[in-house]
Design a protein around this ligand. Structure first.
Ligand SMILES: *Cc1c(COP(=O)(O)O)cnc(C)c1O
Length: 392
């Protein structure tokens, strides 16, 4: 047997994540591995907390990356904030709200669902009604940027409603962090999780999280033990908590943390407001191109995410064949629909490093070529010019 080294092709990643990784980040990952208790590594951990507080716009002491992907950050928030018997109001307007429900139930809680149409923002009036009808609810959970549909919800208003009813807030910001304005302290979000492979353009595998003082007070005075040993913050803090004395909890993914450190340095150097503005600008150019072709957005304009563009598939088009041709002939990945949206939409990501003019023009040109080659009902030859006009 002689299996060879693995050499992946160079793709352009314009799906729902992972997004293109900045070469600076890949280079950072290849630096020498040190021990997870080495003082130089502890120094990196402290810098990481500072950089993450900058990205989340928070002063929260407890701000760190979980050593596993976004789904683990989700689970960390739920297992620490929900005790058996607790009632949690969960907003669902796409795939990820459904996962929140699973998390509540597996933590022994009861989920009260607030449902909205897929492709729309969470409706604050429905949330307010659910809070009024369930005065015993302890937590409100919602997805800020629903990657399965491309809709953004008003996190500030939802958090205000929750606090007026004495609920803590769990917010999924996996796709919003660094791509859309996210102000953890100003909006008073209590437990917030994100991911590295979306608008931070880092490799997958880590989940930045941040917890408010109220959330920490709850976690440290729980009546029951957190049911997950690995994700119990009371234990994780022995390693990630402040001070020079660190206890072994698990071996941190050292080189992946180098990558996140570099991604956050890049974000700091760009400036977070500039990163938000760049995502918006490239979205507007892509939108102009799609509209010129005659492709329709799924989400109403006011609720659209700039970093995740969901468009309806034109009549009679084999959507999987389009994606396969883009991948095989153009090395371009775009996303399919997820859950109830499967087969109905494409999801074109403009996340992090991938949110740039070259990618916008490349994607429009490639999609135009593939669709017109299939005789799909689009206007051909106009999309790239429409997008260029937005750049001026
Ligand atoms: C991608 C994503 C997740 C899950 O993150 P993984 O890193 O894939 O585990 C959770 N929530 C939202 C909104 C996401 O887009």
């Amino acid at each position: 047997m002689s299996i060879q080294s693995f050499h992946p092709p160079v793709r352009t990643l314009m799906g729902p994540g992972p997004s293109d990784v900045d070469p600076r980040i890949l280079e950072a990952m290849s630096r020498p591995t040190v021990g997870h208790l080495d003082p130089v590594f502890v120094g990196l951990m402290e810098e990481m907390k500072v950089l993450l507080r900058y990205a989340f716009r928070t002063e929260n002491e407890l701000t760190m990356p979980v050593s596993a992907p976004g789904s683990a950050g989700m689970e960390m928030c739920f297992v620490n904030l929900v005790e058996p018997g607790d009632k949690v109001i969960v907003c669902q307007n796409g795939v990820f709200g459904g996962r929140m429900k699973e998390n509540v139930e597996r933590a022994g809680g009861t989920a009260v669902m607030v449902e909205d149409d897929w492709g729309r923002a969470v409706d604050p009036e429905k949330v307010e009604a659910a809070l009024k009808a369930n005065p015993d609810a302890r937590v409100l959970a919602f997805v800020h940027a629903e990657t399965s549909t491309g809709a953004i919800s008003d996190a500030k208003t939802l958090a205000e409603l929750a606090h007026a009813n004495d609920c803590l807030v769990i917010a999924d910001t996996v796709t919003s962090l660094a791509g859309s304005p996210l102000l953890v302290d100003e909006w008073q979000l209590d437990a917030v999780y994100s991911g590295t492979q979306k608008c931070l353009s880092c490799v997958p595998g880590l989940s930045p999280v941040t917890f408010s003082k109220n959330a920490v007070d709850f976690i440290t005075s729980r009546k029951t033990k957190v049911q997950s040993w690995f994700l119990d913050l009371n234990l994780v803090l022995g390693y990630w908590g402040g001070g020079v004395k660190r206890a072994y909890h698990h071996t941190a993914p050292i080189n992946t943390l180098y990558a996140l450190h570099e991604a956050l340095v890049i974000l700091q150097d760009e400036g977070i407001e500039n990163s938000w503005a760049r995502h918006q600008k490239n979205h507007l150019a892509l939108r102009a191109g799609f509209e010129a072709m005659g492709l329709q957005f799924v989400v109403p304009e006011a609720e659209r995410l700039p970093q995740l563009n969901a468009i309806s598939i034109p009549e009679g088009v084999d959507e999987a064949a389009v994606r396969a041709t883009l991948l095989n002939s153009f090395n371009l990945e775009i996303g399919a629909g997820l859950g109830a949206m499967a087969g109905k939409i494409w999801r074109v990501g403009l996340m992090g490093f991938a949110s740039n003019q070259t990618n916008v023009l490349f994607c429009l040109g490639a999609l135009d070529a593939v669709l017109s080659g299939m005789k799909a009902p689009i206007r051909s030859g106009v999309a790239v010019a429409a997008a260029r006009a937005v750049y001026g």
